[in-house]
Design a protein around this ligand. Sequence first.
Ligand code: SF4
Ligand code: FES
Length: 253
Amino acid sequence: MAVTEGLNLTLKVWRQKNSQDKGKMETYQVSNVSPDSSFLEMMDILNEQLVNEGGEPVAFDHDCREGICGMCSLFINGEAHGPSDQITTCQLHMREFKDGETIYIEPWRAKAFPVIKDLMVDRSAFDRIMASGGFISVNTSGNTQDANAIPINKHDADEAFDAATCIGCGACVASCKNASAMLFVSAKVSQFALLPQGQVEAKQRVENMVAQMDEEGFGACTNTGACSAECPKGISLENIARMNREFIKSSFS
Ligand code: SF4
Ligand code: FES
């Protein structure tokens, strides 16, 4: 049976006690990390080591560890979710790194995502944007038409589905030089704008979500495309164009 060599790594990790603390990079060594382990499993190894040494473990967000929930959020070697394309941090494996490598691990950096502790940031700004319009109101009295009985052309259904794959991770914001949330908000507007169910509240939705986005302090979009390039779900810039059209349309209706 083939024996896989473990990786010996130097980790430069952002440590910050709370939102008021200035924070700084700390250096740690981890040894014999299996290339088959995930990045977050490697972080678990580091934390076990820190606890055994009487230190404080590194705080980082995670939940499903399957690329679904959008909770994991590390900036790894200067890239949101690390070096691989269209995957989340929890889907990144240590085989992408070399033995002896130094890895820089930082939180999302954006004014609207303040650091809570170490690598954890507060993304509740996204929740408030969703609460302002990211929903449809449906009569649930029992007389509701079955959604499957409403004909929707394949192109629109596919585009709506693609937009709905956004997991709200915030990598788009972290990758944008202006910390713009346009890709996220446009995906959430598009998933409804493309479907008949989303038409009733379309005007209010786009106006409210854009207003909330501005209020939260996200920056303006400059169409550089870094958001889409770093998005783990490959959300397209076409959604931003669609949201802009929806917004202009809303001012005429
Ligand atoms: S658009 Fe992409 S990067 Fe932005 S929140 Fe959604 S999944 Fe994450
Ligand atoms: S932990 Fe859920 S997407 Fe990474």
